[in-house]
Design a protein around this ligand. Structure first.
Ligand SMILES: [Zn+2]
Length: 126
């Protein structure tokens, strides 16, 4: 089947569940789960166990590779904007969209399009 992929859990095949037991009679093996999508770890793991197994084995390497946090990050006026909405008319699904600054509490109006656009931001830092 196309679009199928394997769970990335390093021990997925070691969990003895019926759905993992595959193959011909007499030569059955427990196998890594294969699905079209997964619920965990950004669509990569079949279970939290598998996600944790992977992280326990590779987490340190991954963090070192992508950059370890070595000092506190700060939420400032420049990066504290978050999107919110207020109900104007609940029954007619009418909302007022706003940008709120978590530090200054300043509010600015937002269009619905800007609210839904994940790339639209007033924040200028991480
Ligand atoms: Zn798995």
């Amino acid at each position: 089947m196309s679009g199928m992929k394997y769970c990335q859990g390093s021990k997925c095949h070691q969990y003895h569940t019926k759905d993992r037991l595959k193959g011909m009679k007499g030569s059955k093996t427990y196998q890594t789960r294969r699905r079209s999508s997964f619920y965990y770890g950004g669509d990569n793991f079949c279970s939290l166990n598998c996600q944790n197994d992977w992280f326990n084995k590779y987490g340190d390497l991954a963090i070192d590779h992508f950059g370890r946090t070595t000092e506190a990050k700060h939420l400032t006026e420049q990066n504290a904007w978050y999107k919110e909405y207020n109900w104007v008319d609940y029954q007619n699904d009418t909302r007022e969209y706003i940008y709120v600054n978590g530090i200054t509490k300043e509010q600015r109006p937002l269009t619905e399009e800007q609210f839904r656009d994940n790339t639209y931001t007033l924040n200028t830092g991480e």
